[in-house]
Design a protein around this ligand. Structure first.
Ligand code: DUC
Ligand code: ZN
Ligand code: ZN
Ligand code: ZN
Length: 461
């Protein structure tokens, strides 16, 4: 099967130009102006933008967290609809199992034959033993060149202390594995939570007030110092605030291999959403907490300046029913917000159309850079001959309002409800197959496949 996309504006992370793309089978065969080739289907893309399919390096499907499980890979059609063709999922190490073993089992049980987009994994260390740390060297050959630890969440089985983070860093560097950390000071959060509850402050808004920016700034600085000690690269996930960015910036200026991402919600939403009535604020409970408007501006600028290199969704599909676990105590609200399907259109609308970032920068943050970070940039994130034909035809003329009625996220709300949206994914190809057509999902469960990452991602270059 040969498909020719004609006369679109092709946007890569480096530049944009008007031209054609030829898809042959599952791969991009050729790019250029006026390609004179025969094809089974010719798509006139005049006026449209052609982007590589998105790579979301931070997602949680079928993720067991705070006693609840998020919606699973059966909702990854939401990713496709939002132009994301590869998701990278975090998998908590299971009791009594190694890292590789945990991920292999998880893949069989929750992902294979279900996922509608391509996928890869980040194992999460929950059992800080010698065997676990030794297992880090086995990750790259299994295709998982990253490992994550949670510095936050004291008392939860997935919490890690500084000793565990440091042991992981020491093992990971020789294996070309990038250590990722969720950096928040767990003790300080606990202290503030106890005080809030003692004063009878149980509402969702106190989630934000008991995890102020300093808890993230402190833990980010500490994580960077542990990496400095271990002489290892480190990747800080979901950076939300000035102090944390500044810590990364300072490390980078010293030449240290320190990296960070932010997420769509931290660019667009602020903590006042947590004060919404009727417990609706709970839908905005994610960690780190939503911040203030000035933090949003700082994050946009930090992407442009290169201090942060990717925008992820940190997608978590918890229903309002699940959120009610914390109706009397905000500490029990499962943390996380859905948003995978909104990542590209929101970045387009509030980044590109608002003049904050260029289209090429968008492509870098949402596809190319996450592909590089995770060692899948030999197949994903780029529009080049030989690459997987993961392609988005973005129609910039559509104007709509985000509503849960159009959502495939599988839960009963969207945190972007009521947001104006400019443009939509008119058509999306996953390895040459059409999974979105005329703005509607048309693919099938099980179409996604595992993408093996290679060691020594961005952090080591
Ligand atoms: N934060 C969230 O909001 N959800 C899942 C995990 C996390 O760290
Ligand atoms: Zn996290
Ligand atoms: Zn997360
Ligand atoms: Zn169409």
């Amino acid at each position: 099967m040969r498909t020719l996309i004609k006369d679109g504006m092709i946007v890569t992370s480096e530049h944009e130009f008007k031209g054609d793309i030829l898809i042959e089978g599952t791969k991009i065969q050729a790019l250029g102006r006026n390609l004179r080739v025969e094809a089974d289907e010719v798509i006139n893309a005049e006026g449209m933008y052609i982007l590589p399919g998105g790579v979301d390096q931070h997602a949680h499907f079928s993720f067991e967290f705070m006693g609840q499980r998020t919606k699973g890979f059966e909702t990854t059609n939401a990713a496709a609809l939002g132009g994301t063709t590869t998701v990278i999922e975090f998998v908590n190490q299971e009791e009594g199992k190694g890292l590789v073993e945990t991920v292999e089992d998880y893949k069989k049980e929750w992902v294979e034959d279900i996922s509608m987009v391509d996928y890869s994994f980040h194992p999460v260390i929950t059992n800080p033993t010698k065997e676990t740390f030794e297992d880090i060297k086995n990750l790259p050959s299994a295709g998982y060149p990253t490992v994550k630890l949670f510095m936050a969440y004291k008392g939860q089985f997935f919490h890690s202390d500084d000793e565990a983070v440091t042991n992981a860093l020491l093992e990971a560097k020789d294996a070309g594995v990038t250590v990722m950390v969720h950096a928040e000071n767990a003790d300080l959060i606990e202290l503030m939570q106890k005080r809030a509850i003692a004063e009878g402050n149980t509402d969702p808004y106190y989630h934000a007030l008991t995890r102020p920016p300093i808890v993230e700034t402190e833990a980010t600085e500490r994580a960077i110092n542990l990496a400095r000690f271990a002489e290892a690269p480190i990747y800080i996930v979901h950076v939300t605030t000035k102090g944390a960015v500044d810590a990364i910036k300072k490390a980078k200026e010293e030449g240290l291999p320190v990296f960070g991402e932010t997420c769509t919600q931290y660019l667009l939403l602020d903590k006042e959403y947590l004060s919404r009535d009727n417990f609706e604020g709970a839908n905005y409970v994610c960690s780190p907490a939503l911040r203030d408007k000035d933090d949003q501006e700082y994050l946009w600028q930090s992407l442009k300046d290169g201090w942060l290199n990717a925008v992820s969704s940190d997608h978590c599909g918890f229903t309002t029913e699940q959120k009610k676990m914390g109706i009397d105590d905000f500490r029990k609200i499962p943390n996380g917000a859905p948003g995978l399907e909104n990542r590209l259109p929101m970045l387009w609308t509030y980044g590109v159309e608002a003049g904050k970032i260029t289209r090429s920068e968008l492509v870098d943050y949402y596809a190319a850079s996450p592909a590089r970070n995770n060692g899948i940039d030999h197949r994903k994130g780029y529009l080049s001959p030989g690459y997987d034909a993961d392609i988005v035809i973005y129609n910039p003329f559509v104007k709509k309002t985000v509503t849960i009625d159009d959502s495939l996220n599988g839960v009963d709300y969207t945190t972007y409800e009521g947001f104006e949206q400019i443009g939509e994914c008119d058509r999306v190809f996953l390895r040459g197959e059409t999974v979105v057509k005329d703005g509607k999902y048309v693919g099938q469960q099980g179409q996604g496949s595992f993408i093996k990452g290679t060691a020594y991602g961005t952090a080591f270059r």
